[in-house]
Design a protein around this ligand. Structure first.
Ligand code: FES
Length: 572
């Protein structure tokens, strides 16, 4: 019989083998649990403080059943969970920390394979980043979206409709009472945000990378099919160990390209970019912003979901889900590559069917022809910035105007409701200090709201530029991830109110029309804002975080360390 990694713990008849087996036996395990069968770790991001993942204990039980049915033994273990709705200042600050927890928990334990249970935005990339650095056989089970929100007979979507209603409340269009009612009706079941926000985007990313069972990304959290997928994934994890299919066998450059292409067709979140870059960095696949630009071109938008469109994840699932979308893209993606169930992408998706053409379009009748994320370069973003045109106002995609600058989020919060603010609806709004180092943690403030004065005039979108991210549920003409960020002295730091900025999506350019002599003078007198965190994780984070254009991982975490451990906790 093949000797698996876990036998380094359980297969030895000495003191250390005794310890490994004996202590686990306190959970009722019989002797034959340690006879060499695959040991599967269920890496669970369950937490009551992560509402989108609060049902993952239930799914873990299904995974366990599946592992047992396939002849393995399963151990569920907790890792740091990141709840988007609660954590301050931003979950993104902690994504890399959680990834370290995942990596070290997997490597340090007697595991032959892993099932990652994820859902809320950062839990998926954190788990994948950590697991990629160990590179064991690994399958992902995402928790699925919530049911559609319902308000006054209409569907309402997580986040997207909150942003809309909160602006309407500010503008006096709806009352506080109605706003409170909406609060009760938006989150109606277990699961993640039901729009094509970051969590849904990343569930689709996982499937398009080939790391979860085909068709699983969109199944609602409360649908029995999701429990079935969890069970089948448990079974498959055991087979992956037997077949020795590791993450790096699935996460090839071609798989990353497929994810990029698919993300355009589903109208996925801009956060997809930063997380995919970080995951690629861990597994060792060279990926840059230029790959996103290159592989996004000429890919149509097929999925009519909020924030880019009209429907929600439940509708997407009933309309055919990812099989229907990927089937449309078969001539555009790398279709002969291996996926987690042992079949090629083509095998898995050749029968995908669209059941509702208003929700999922075919390639001959797309919602938008060329909908890919645009990577912008220019003197305002020498290392790149991004914009999601499908969520933007088309007339603003090529636009030149005066900059109106907020120096940081405190400056913004203090002035945004000032009815005497010297801002015009023709301006381009700029927010500094929202990057990885500067905030710190690169929060989702890029979709910062419009000045109250302009909201009251009925203005609903303006060009906004920042070094932050935006929620995947947000919309607007919003330039994000400006690199280098302002707090490390990127050109963004030098912009002043009154400067002229030009956004030219056609030419993929973001230009600050200030001459180089003047910029040099400003650069010499620029003083970085002091960011003072003398201790703890944030201290390490600020000193080591990479810029957004490479995924904002910590510089010492990129790459793999493998699953090998050389030393024992006890002497022979
Ligand atoms: Fe968890 Fe949106 S808040 S997925």
């Amino acid at each position: 019989m093949k000797k698996y990694r876990s036998q380094e713990w359980f297969g030895v008849k000495d003191k250390s083998g005794f310890i490994a087996r004996s202590w686990l036996k306190n959970q009722g395990l019989p002797n034959d649990a340690f006879d060499g069968r695959p040991i599967i770790g269920i890496c669970n991001t369950w937490s009551e403080l992560t509402p989108c993942n609060a049902h993952l204990r239930d799914l873990a039980e299904q995974v366990k059943q599946g592992v047992l049915e396939a002849g393995g033994i399963a151990f569920e273990f907790p890792v740091m969970s990141l709840g988007e709705a609660l954590m301050k200042p931003t979950t993104m600050l902690y994504r890399n920390l959680a990834s370290m927890d995942v990596e070290e928990s997997i490597r340090a334990n007697p595991l032959d394979g892993v099932v990652l249970l994820t859902n809320c935005d950062k839990t998926t990339p954190a788990c994948l980043m950590g697991a990629a650095s160990v590179d064991l056989p690994t399958i992902v089970v995402t928790g699925g979206p919530m049911l559609n929100g319902k308000h006054q007979g209409k569907d309402i979507g997580s986040g997207t409709d909150l942003w809309k209603f909160s602006e309407e409340l500010r503008a006096g269009i709806i009352t506080q009472q109605e706003f409170d009612e909406i609060e009760n009706n938006m989150s109606r079941s277990s699961g993640a945000c039901n729009t094509m926000g970051t969590a849904s985007t990343l569930s689709c990313m996982v499937e398009s990378l080939g790391l979860s069972l085909p068709g699983s990304a969109t199944i609602p959290a409360v649908d029995a099919n999701r429990r079935r997928v969890a069970r089948l994934s448990g079974r498959r994890a055991v087979e992956l160990v037997k077949e020795n299919i590791c993450l790096s066998h699935i996460l090839t450059k071609e798989a990353f390209e497929n994810a990029i292409i698919t993300n355009v067709a589903i109208g996925g979140s801009t956060n997809f970019i930063i997380h995919l870059l970080a995951i690629a960095g861990r597994i060792g696949v060279p990926l840059s912003l230029d790959d996103f630009d290159k592989h996004s071109q000429n890919i149509p938008l097929l999925v009519n979901l909020k924030p880019s469109g009209s429907y929600l994840m439940e509708d997407f699932h009933y309309a055919g889900g990812m099989p229907a979308v990927i089937n449309q893209l078969l001539d555009k993606v790398n279709s002969n590559i291996l996926q987690i169930n042992g079949f090629t992408l083509k095998d898995n998706y050749c029968n995908g069917v669209i059941y509702n053409e208003d929700v999922i379009r075919n390639c001959a009748n797309p919602l938008q022809d060329d909908a890919g994320t645009i990577v912008l370069k220019g003197n305002l973003a020498p290392d790149g910035a991004i914009i999601k045109p499908s969520a933007a106002t088309p007339q603003l995609l090529n636009y030149k105007a005066r900059a109106f600058v907020f120096e940081n989020i405190e400056d913004y919060n203090e002035r945004i409701n000032d009815l005497d603010l010297d801002v015009s609806q023709d301006d381009i709004l700029v927010l500094k200090g929202a990057g990885p180092k500067g905030y710190p943690g690169m929060p989702e403030v890029g979709n910062f709201g419009l000045p109250l004065k302009l909201l009251k005039l009925g203005v609903r979108d303006m060009v906004r530029i920042s070094d932050g991210r935006m929620s995947g549920t947000a919309f607007g003409t919003i330039v994000l991830h400006v690199s280098p960020e302002s707090n490390v002295g990127g050109t963004l730091a030098l912009v002043k109110t009154g400067d002229i900025i030009e956004l030219n999506c056609q030419q993929r350019k973001l230009t600050l029309h200030v001459n180089e002599d003047e910029l040099s003078i400003r650069r010499e007198s620029w003083v970085p804002e002091e960011i003072n965190y003398p201790r703890g994780y944030t201290h390490i984070y600020i000193k080591t975080v990479n810029q957004a254009n490479t995924g904002a991982d910590l510089n010492f975490l990129t790459g793999k360390s493998s699953s090998i451990i050389k030393r024992e906790p006890h002497p022979k």
